[in-house]
Write a protein that binds this ligand. Structure first.
Ligand SMILES: [Cu+2]
Length: 687
């Protein structure tokens, strides 16, 4: 009935039987998940918000709401994975010639969940959420091409994230790292449920991402408003396109890899075993055929954000638009040609290593082009150091450093020296923190007023920014040193007392990063508290350039009352400067058809996670029931006919009139005071 479950699977029982620090921490984490879930459910019930959440958010097919839900998920998971990082650093600082307070097996679970969560359930949801929110607005569309598929992708990702949370409370997680290399993750060496949790969480998440990639790519190809030809798209839309294409081609190898590993573990196949014809190199090739493009799936959207932010806050057209587009495409193509640099040391010939080493270094060229273009965009511009702009500047400096260490690693002989050391850990955090996290945080600060109609608190924003940057350097510079000194990654205990100062600094850095996250939450709270003073309903707080700034804040459900026509790049910026009244109302409005809410997404997500849970624990009745429910839901949905709703023209006219009145009542503000509460979302038009 309960499959492989026994009482020892509960961390509370384990902590009771062996009350070591490590087990107590594990039980504490499980308790936090349970208490957190109970508090959330209780609060929602107390305030009577279940119906509201269900009908306005969970079942919504509105790309804006789906985007926001993705970002909420990303923040929740970021909190957990960052706390895990802090724990690991504390353990290492405490464990010099000592066992520290976390057992080796527990430590291995920490780095496995930290990596898996940061990549699949923080980074991917964050960028998917931002693209979801911004892209349709930027290309003048009412929604994505497949709104239902969008909801399904969200809920598959959410279900997978839920599975990660459940793994804290019931059973253990994998100890095989975020890449889950067999043969270690095969049944022979990891008979526990851990690798199964990893397999199914990653599979659900990667299915969601594949569908998302298809959805965004089709949206960009088919839904652009009249006049928006490809070379007029904002750069963020371009990076979204390249990211989606990467998702379409890079996620399936991962799904295949996890599926084959599942066949090995569940049905005794031998794809990746040590004997009976298995070969784990097939796994390494499949995984990194996904894994390296994945790096650019994560980084390209941030490049798009920086392009928008730098151009906007320099009040200048993007320098070298065409070269930025070409560089983006070049990076996307090259990202598929370098995967082998992840296993230079695994015994292929020197010629093969050399070829992949050279291919890897080549990626530095288009990236350099981009940095160059952004610097020239700022040159002689009216640069304002807003929070998103600060993130962009910190990115440029930090990312170049990471790029240099990447070139070092791209030399196979040098890679032989530092592979699988903390040097590598320092390198990829050096790429992903500025190249993903700073980008997404810049996007969060930049588009937040659009999404919610009020600005985020500037002071707390700067504080948080400072902590993210200082914390990064404190936490990761020591790892370069330690890595060069030969300290292996994923090490739970240290031996050489000379490492101590470096480990202390890194531990301090981790705490500063935690403070950065905390100040983001304080900022959100303060901003919500002071929202009335910081409203920007008119919708254009930063003298925006793209179509997304030409609507109210927040935009109405239908985005645009009439689909815009575009004549050039930066359409809204030009319109403000060429027309007598960029806010002139349309002569007449028409009925607008939008997709109706549906419970298909939440049902598939929850049932998908339950099915996965059944598979993890070998609870076969649950897995079978889950699969049958999924099939039944899909069939039932195919019979649904009443899938759209109409927003009548009168209602559109009413909404638009109300907004235009707010615009008329707002005072246009010059750029110098755009960060003050004088900003009501109407930018003064100059030059
Ligand atoms: Cu790579």
């Amino acid at each position: 009935m309960l499959g492989r479950f026994n009482w020892d699977a509960l961390p509370f029982v384990r902590a009771w039987e062996h009350p070591t620090a490590s087990e107590i921490i594990g039980a504490g984490a499980a308790l936090m998940v349970i208490v957190g879930a109970v508090v959330v459910v209780a609060l929602i019930t107390w305030f009577g918000k279940w119906r509201y959440l269900w009908s306005e958010w969970f079942t919504s097919l509105d790309h804006k709401k789906i985007g926001i839900m993705y970002i909420v998920l990303a923040f929740v998971m970021l909190s957990r994975a960052l706390i895990e990082a802090v724990l690991m650093r504390m353990q290492q600082a405490a464990a010099i010639q000592d066992s520290g307070f976390i057992a080796p097996d527990h430590f291995a679970q920490l780095f496995s969940t930290h990596g898996s969560i940061m990549i699949f359930f923080m980074a991917m949801p964050f960028l998917t959420g931002v693209i979801n929110y911004v892209l349709p607005l930027q290309i003048g569309a009412r929604d994505v091409s497949f709104p239902l598929l969008n909801s399904i992708s969200l809920w598959l990702t959410g279900g997978a994230a839920g599975l990660m949370m459940v793994s804290l409370v019931i059973g253990r997680f994998s100890t095989g790292g975020w890449s889950g290399y067999p043969p270690y993750t095969e049944l022979a060496f990891s008979p526990d449920v851990g690798p199964d949790y990893w397999i199914w969480a990653v599979t659900l998440g990667s299915l969601g991402s594949t569908l998302t990639g298809l959805n965004f790519a089709v949206t960009i190809y088919k839904m652009r408003c009249p006049g928006m030809d490809l070379m007029r798209m904002p750069l963020f839309a371009w990076t979204a396109l390249c990211t989606s294409i990467l998702m379409i081609f890079a996620m399936p190898p991962l799904t295949v890899a996890t599926a084959l590993l599942a066949l090995d573990r569940y049905l005794g196949f031998h794809f990746f075993t040590n004997d009976f014809g298995g070969n784990m190199m097939n796994y390494a090739n499949l995984f990194w055929l996904f894994g390296h493009p994945e790096v650019y799936i994560l980084i390209l959207p941030a490049f798009g954000v920086y392009s928008e932010v730098v151009s906007n806050f320099s009040s200048k057209e993007l320098y070298g638009y065409t070269s930025l587009v070409l560089a983006t495409m070049a990076i996307a193509v090259l990202s598929f040609t370098v995967w082998l640099h992840h296993f230079f040391t695994m015994g292929q010939s020197a010629n093969i290593n050399a070829a992949f080493g050279i291919a890897t270094m080549t990626i530095g060229v288009p990236t350099g082009v981009k940095i160059y273009d952004w610097i020239w965009t700022m040159f002689r511009g009216h640069v304002r150091f807003t929070v998103p702009m600060l993130y962009s500047l910190a990115f440029m400096m930090t990312f170049v450093l990471g790029g240099l260490t990447g070139i070092i690693l791209a030399f196979p002989p040098l890679d032989y020296l530092v592979h699988n050391t903390l040097f590598l850990v320092a390198h990829f955090h050096n790429m992903l923190i500025p190249g993903l996290l700073y980008g997404m945080l810049a996007a969060y600060h930049y588009w937040f007023p659009k999404a919610f109609g009020f600005r985020l608190n500037e002071r707390w924003g700067r504080m948080s920014f400072g902590c993210w940057v200082i914390g990064f350097y404190l936490a990761f510079t020591p790892l370069y040193v330690l890595g060069a000194a030969g300290v292996a990654r994923r090490t739970q205990g240290m031996f050489d007392p000379e490492f101590r100062p470096w480990l202390y600094v890194a531990g301090l850095g981790a705490l500063v990063l935690l403070a950065a996250l905390m100040s983001l939450f304080v900022q959100l709270w303060v901003s919500i508290r002071d929202r009335d003073a910081n409203r920007v309903v008119a919708g254009d707080p930063w003298d925006g350039r793209g179509l997304e700034w030409s609507t109210s804040a927040p935009p109405p459900e239908y985005n645009f009352a009439t689909i815009p026509h575009v004549e050039a790049r930066d359409p809204f910026y030009r319109r403000k400067r060429s027309l007598a009244d960029p806010y002139a109302p349309a002569p007449s409005y028409e009925d607008i058809e939008l997709p109706r809410n549906t419970m298909v997404g939440p049902v598939l997500g929850v049932v998908g996670a339950a099915t996965a849970f059944g598979l993890v624990w070998h609870i076969w009745w649950l897995a079978i029931a889950g699969v049958l429910t999924i099939v039944a839901t899909v069939i039932a949905r195919s019979f649904a006919r009443d899938v759209s709703k109409i927003i009548p023209a009168e209602e559109v006219a009413r909404t638009e009139t109300r907004w235009l009145q707010a615009v008329a009542a707002a005072t246009p503000i010059p750029r110098e005071i755009e960060m003050t509460s004088a900003n009501q979302g109407l930018a003064e038009v100059t030059g």
